[in-house]
Design a protein around this ligand. Structure first.
Ligand code: ADP
Length: 326
């Protein structure tokens, strides 16, 4: 049996609140189990440019409450080439790293799957993305914080929407997934959510018009998921202007405000559990898997399932949203 002696940890792709809590949990659980920790800065880029430092328990003190990632993150095109990955592997070997824990989303896990296979390296992923779009885990780290940030903003926009009796399309992130839009719509009492998952089955804007945009109420808020399919909030507003010029809609794109901030309790707890589980997985001789949580139980999900399988939004929530908006 081969026992991992030294792990490398990196954060890659889009940052998410709770990444730091996960870095802390991975580092401390590794050290608790006698495994050395090497921190790799700027994701796969730092593996190629050799930005590697040893972490001790104190290296992760006072970070559980911080948003972003102390390891920095980057998008790295070179890692998509065999030459880039060869350089990454050489640096990893020189640093004495025999396994990797990667924190990120589907792009990060796609890279990890290829690299792990190519060089026979154990790699475990920790799902960190505000979009919640990874299959095999009920929640991803960062999602709950983003949801809370969104509803805080929507509450504020509602004041103006009410005062001016206006219709607002508020665009939230999601990278072609409607989790943030649907759940923030429910949590903020919005009239509707326009999400990419059902656009081909239902013309959501037309349904809204038929519904009468809540004629009895004096304002309307519709949450729109960013999406190439619907065109996001701008696309929907443009269509409305053309097809129903009687409505006067305003657009707010929340943008990167959704990525920042101190993680919520739920995200810190999830990050602590999954960070710790990532080391347990390596001790269990797992490789090429993501740790996830399903029905409050930690599970292991092969990278190719986490990346490829469609998670799907809970459609009953759409019905609830419709009922509650009468
Ligand atoms: P996220 O992990 O948030 O989905 P990205 O999609 O930007 O973020 O991916 C993060 C990084 O993962 C990329 O910059 C790249 O270095 C690496 N990566 C993504 N896809 C591949 C791939 N097909 N082959 C190798 N590396 C990849």
């Amino acid at each position: 049996m081969y026992q991992v002696k030294c792990i490398g940890i990196l954060t890659s792709g889009g940052d998410a609140p709770g990444m730091n809590a996960a870095i802390r949990a991975v580092t401390r659980t590794a050290i608790y189990n006698g495994i050395a920790v090497k921190a790799i800065y700027r994701g796969y880029k730092g593996l190629i440019t050799n930005e590697i430092t040893e972490f001790k328990t104190q290296s992760v003190s006072n970070i559980i409450q911080q948003g972003g990632t102390i390891l920095k993150t980057a998008r790295c095109m070179e890692f998509k080439t065999p030459e880039g990955r060869k350089q990454a592997y050489d640096n990893m070997m020189a640093a004495g790293i025999d396994a990797l824990v990667v924190l990120g989303g589907d792009g990060t896990f796609t890279g990890a799957r290829i690299f792990g296979q190519e060089y026979n390296i154990p790699i475990v992923g920790v799902p960190c993305t505000i979009d919640n779009d990874l299959y095999g885990t009920d929640y991803t780290i960062g999602y709950d914080t983003a949801l809370n940030t969104i509803i805080e903003s929507v509450d504020k926009i509602r004041d103006t929407a009410n005062s001016h009796e206006r219709l607002f399309f508020i665009e939230v992130m999601g990278r072609d997934a409607g989790f943030l839009a649907l759940n923030s719509a429910l949590a903020s009492g919005a009239e509707a959510a326009i999400i990419p998952e059902i656009e081909t089955e239902d013309d959501q804007l037309e349904s809204l018009i038929e519904h009468g945009f809540r004629k009895s109420k004096n304002s309307s808020i519709v949450i729109v998921a960013e999406s190439d399919i619907t065109g996001g909030a701008l696309g929907v507003a443009e269509r409305l202007k053309k097809e129903h010029p009687e409505y006067d809609a305003r657009v707010t794109i929340l943008g990167h405000v959704q990525r920042g901030g101190s993680p919520t309790a739920a995200d810190r707890i999830l990050a602590s559990r999954l960070g710790s589980a990532a080391i347990d997985a390596l001790l269990d001789e797992q490789r090429s898997i993501m740790v996830g949580v399903v029905n409050d139980t930690v599970c292991y999900v092969p990278f190719n399932e986490a990346i490829k399988d469609e998670k799907g939004v809970n459609r009953t929530l759409l019905d609830v949203l419709k009922i509650l908006s009468i």
